[in-house]
Write a protein that binds this ligand. Structure first.
Ligand SMILES: [Zn+2]
Length: 94
């Protein structure tokens, strides 16, 4: 943040190129959906035991996103880094 009124600056600098992220990213997946690609996903748990937890984990393409093992609540999964499993990579033979 620069000096000055941040709200005013935001209005003045509005342009077609602004890269503000929407409040809810379009690529958020939830418990019960299937992973579209293999990769590192950020797992967000917003109401676990009264608090929010976040951790990154590797999930393979086609896997069903799990729920919280403790409270059974729905989780959010955000793809951070697509990573091909070696079995999905045509550069390698079995
Ligand atoms: Zn939980």
């Amino acid at each position: 943040m620069s000096v000055g009124n941040p709200i005013e600056e935001k209005k003045l600098q509005r342009s077609p190129h602004e890269n503000e992220r929407p409040a809810i990213a379009a690529d958020v997946r939830v418990t019960g959906q299937t992973a579209p690609v293999s990769g590192i996903y950020l797992v967000e748990h917003t109401n676990h035991a009264g608090g929010t937890t976040k951790q990154e984990t590797l999930i393979l393409k086609g896997a069903v996103f799990p729920g919280c093992a403790v409270c059974g609540e729905r989780l959010n999964f955000v793809l951070r880094l697509p990573v091909k499993h070696i079995t999905e990579d045509p550069d390698f033979r079995p």
